[in-house]
Design a protein around this ligand. Sequence first.
Ligand code: NAD
Length: 491
Amino acid sequence: MSQTEELSEKRNVRNYVGGSWADIEGSDSQPVVNSATGETITHVEFSAPATVDRVVTVAAEAFEEWRRTPVEERIQPLFRLKSLLEDHQEEVAELLVTEHGKTKPEAVGEIRRGIENVEVACGVPSTMQAGHLPNAAPDIDETAVRKPLGVFTAVTPFNFPAMIPLWFMPYAVATGNTFVLKPSERTPLTAQYLLDLVDEAGFPDGVINLLNGSAETVDALLEHPGVEGASFVGSTPVAKHVYETAARHGKRVQAQGGAKNHIVVSESADLDFAVEGTVSSAFANSGQRCLANPSVVVVKDVYEEFADRLVDAVADYTVAPGLDADAQMGPLITDEHRERVLEYIETGVEEGASLLYDGRERSVPEEGVFLAPTVFGDVDPEMTIATEEIFGPVLALIEATDFDDAIETVDRSRFGNAASLFTDRGGEAKRFRHEVDAGNLGVNVGTAAPMAFFHFGGWNDSFFGDLHAQGEDVIRFYTDESVYIERWPDA
Ligand code: NAD
């Protein structure tokens, strides 16, 4: 029996509500497909608005007790969740590869980054503290406190089905809120497994809930009066929609959108190191990553040399099913998505870029949705392939006349999720840090992904809201502050 067949037998996608699994009464459904083989694993139903109402009501009821539970008790199930995630890392990774397509090491890597967020959330007895000032005024002590607010939801994308829910869930509940996760309908099984572990970790009923669905389900959540706030991660048009809808309904919202990130290669860079960082950044996760750097701006003097070395590295890249031991890149998520990526490649050719390495020509496994990496050279910064998020294995090389020109090119982007610089010069690194408008800036780091104790989020069209994920921002997002002003006349 193939792994997909085994999974299909076991996995019936369900909601998790009030501590129990529930079949979904949906208005519509879609298949969940193993993109390495084309086989359908299962189907996911989309929860109707009446189900959304039921789940939010259950989470709101659970909030009344959870908010009063001492913080030290609130973090105990999170410690257990961390251990369970570690114990089940292999199974979660294999399930994730099967429904998403990424390679097993990539899956394990994202689970590790998810676990890191659980660990940081366990520090909430310290991070949730605000401030205290004795004798702030004559005989008056003042104390700022952070309080939980109620039911929060997170709506997450397909590309990191284990990690992204964990950017939010542990912090929301550690701070005393209750939580409803709406995972991507393309990768619901990993979320279902996470919730199995949540169940085993022993959170009180209703504190963490899982609601499957699609756009209609999300809108019902955003419009529901019982939801205090929403975290969103996904494409820019949907991020804007979520931001506007949630705000119109009086909710807190943090909406992380799409990206088109750049690498700058200075003439002083170690070119082999820069090539290695560029290839892993652009093609990991088959390019389906908000931190991928698919636009590479190379200073004129080293452009040809960098392009040659890059093409050599790409030619060696192994494209194979994600569970194969030698796979460096797995399939794309769906056939439709591969068609979109192929259209971008066609547009690049039509707009006059040079195909330095044509992934369409490379032989790849016939079953499934594979597409080898493609590299374009002589790309003008205004071309479609340089400005739009392709979300696939397509890299655009742009030649800059000098370092100033390179920085200007990066800052022309309407996005601002991340950028990286390869250099050997401190002065260039300093200018890059000061002058580039993006939320995550890497120097001699191909993919600028901060650890969970720093906040994570982009600028411009990559983010809508004020407070980002992770770090102190997420604690502030999930709480509001009161200041106690206290005087005792007899003291
Ligand atoms: P998507 O926007 O299609 O879907 C994301 C979520 O929104 C899903 O749960 C989906 O059900 C829901 N959704 C889709 N359409 C909706 C609508 N009209 N109304 C309400 N909800 C809707 O994104 P995706 O394809 O799953 O993920 C890829 C995108 O996510 C890329 O653009 C990528 O850059 C972005 N992303 C951003 C970050 C970041 O941190 N900025 C991280 C990961 C992915």
